[in-house]
Design a protein around this ligand. Sequence first.
Ligand code: ATP
Ligand code: MG
Length: 174
Amino acid sequence: RAVPVEQIVTESVDRARTPAESRKIRLSVAGDLSGYVYGDHNLLVTALRNLLDNAVSYSADGSAVSVGVRRVDDFVELSVVDQGIGISSDQQERIFERFYRVDPARSRETGGTGLGLSIVKHVVADHGGEISIWSEPGQGSTFTIKIPAARAPEELDAAPVAPSAADTEEERSA
Ligand code: ATP
Ligand code: MG
């Protein structure tokens, strides 16, 4: 079903606000929120939420995390950009595996299980999308998910269909 991108982004960012604020991390959103994607609202919020949680967890206090949204061909691209500790290229291949954590000793403080990114990967795959990562140790990370775009429900409603009995009834009494 067609899910408004704005709803996904707003709900995910709202839920990440408390952990971010406790670390004085600024959250921002930029780009074109007007589109729709084809999929499940709750699963997509879970995916974006996991990326935001990671961005906050693996960044220093006082840094910034941003979400960028843009339409590219038949996809909507959602990027989560942080200026955190980053991930080396050899680790980048492994972080999507279940239970894999780059540095268990250090990440123990953040209290995770290492499942977040494997969930993100599955949600994205189930939506016919793609996930990609750019990262540089010490500079930060950008996780980008691409989800197939959907047409606005209004557009679909506007398609010519035979009026139902209820519609005709309403028109008559109007
Ligand atoms: P969970 O998400 O289950 O609470 P987790 O965050 O450790 O635990 P994942 O989200 O799957 O698990 O991430 C796997 C590992 O990838 C993390 O432990 C961390 O080492 C690394 N990682 C993920 N996102 C980032 C990021 N934005 N910056 C730096 N390292 C990251
Ligand atoms: Mg995580």
